[in-house]
Design a protein. Structure first.
Length: 359
């Protein structure tokens, strides 16, 4: 009896390693500047920069002092990777505030605000044009800042708090957690926008009834261009190989090229209502996948439950709803709304567009 009490208690059994982290049904891995370099590369860079600062040669020279200031700024930017994009965001914003000209005649307006507001509309409606590219470029900088800040200031300390210290696992956790945060916003946001249109709930007939959708309310246009900026920013990081290429690098490049082509064409040729529905099906299912992967890195007992939920959501949205959308292209595309190709009136719902939309 006494021997039983003297025996050491058994260590708690660790949950069996899950394969959720290896599932690649969606591109939910969102890389960052914070996850680019290895620790060895980072340390060598820091040593070189410190050596430049601590040098005693020609310290009285003003040029050398400026060089030291520049190196100090580089070190600060390296330690806080969210700082350069934040500065890039603030400079035009401050200049815009002090200009006292908040109309479209201000060159900065096209970067900071939505362009092509239609006077006299209530609620305010917005058209489309080349200036929208400027807004997308500015939002690309915003997503660079937001991603770096979230990863470095919030997600990295959170990961270490839960015992994730290995560099590879830490980076994967931050990438999936950021995806979870992003899709956790865009999924409900897209549903909210859909709720306030005749498109609710995936009413495919609305794609074609009032086509072409050349104007949109403020929130709709902001949402659509923000999505374009998010995917554009990710495409730049991927194609320029600012991160270490993954095994499926070529597949991801192809995926991003197709995604960007679909976004650009749907916006240019006024199929944005269909694009909204597709965004929702992708974002919500990707949220469940990213959440399952994040919980798996934390060795959470909730992983399996979330993954099972993901399977049901993914099957419903990516198969049932998407097949419903594709079926509408085969059936309603020609019979509902105008059926004509007219470049002057921007009518593009015709026999050429039908197979392209189906693809």
């Amino acid at each position: 009896m006494s021997e039983q009490f003297l025996q050491e208690p058994e260590a708690p059994r660790r949950r069996r390693k899950s394969s959720v982290g290896h599932i690649n049904l969606g591109d939910t891995s969102v890389h960052a500047l914070q996850t680019m370099q290895s620790q060895q590369e980072a340390n060598s860079t820091k040593k070189f920069q410190r050596k430049q600062i601590n040098t005693t040669a020609s310290e009285t020279n003003d040029l050398d002092i400026l060089k030291k200031i520049w190196v100090s700024i580089k070190i600060l930017s390296y330690r806080h990777t969210w700082l350069p994009p934040l500065i890039a965001l603030l400079i035009p914003q401050i200049a815009y505030w002090f200009s006292n000209n908040y109309t479209e005649s201000n060159p900065l307006h096209q970067f900071l605000e939505l362009s092509y507001e239609i006077p006299g509309t209530e609620p305010k409606m917005y058209g489309k044009g080349k200036k929208d590219i400027c807004f997308v470029l500015y939002m690309m900088i915003f997503f660079t800042f937001y991603r770096e800040f979230l990863m470095q200031v919030i997600l990295k300390p959170t990961a270490k708090h839960f015992g994730l210290h290995k560099e590879n696992k830490l980076n994967r956790f931050m990438e999936q957690s950021y995806s979870m945060c992003y899709y956790g916003i865009t999924g409900p946001w897209g549903l909210y926008i859909m709720k306030h249109t005749t498109l609710w709930y995936f009413n495919t007939t609305a794609f074609y009834e009032d086509y072409p959708h050349k104007t949109h309310e403020y929130m709709f246009k902001y949402y659509y261009l923000s999505q374009a900026a998010f995917w554009s920013q990710q495409s730049v990081v991927l194609i320029l190989q600012l991160e270490k290429p993954r095994k499926d690098f070529h597949e991801l490049v192809f995926h991003h090229i197709v995604t960007m082509a679909l976004i650009a064409c749907s916006y240019r040729f006024h199929y944005t209502w269909m694009g909204l529905a597709v965004y929702i099906t992708m974002d919500i299912s990707d949220w469940f996948l990213a959440t399952a992967k994040t919980l798996n890195y934390l060795d959470s007992p909730l992983t399996n439950y979330v993954f099972i939920s993901f399977v049901f959501v993914w099957t419903y949205l990516r198969h049932y709803i998407n097949i419903k959308i594709l079926w509408s292209v085969l059936t309603e595309f020609r019979t509902v709304g105008p059926w004509i190709l007219n470049w002057e009136t921007q009518q593009y719902k015709c026999w050429i567009a039908q197979p392209i939309n189906h693809l």
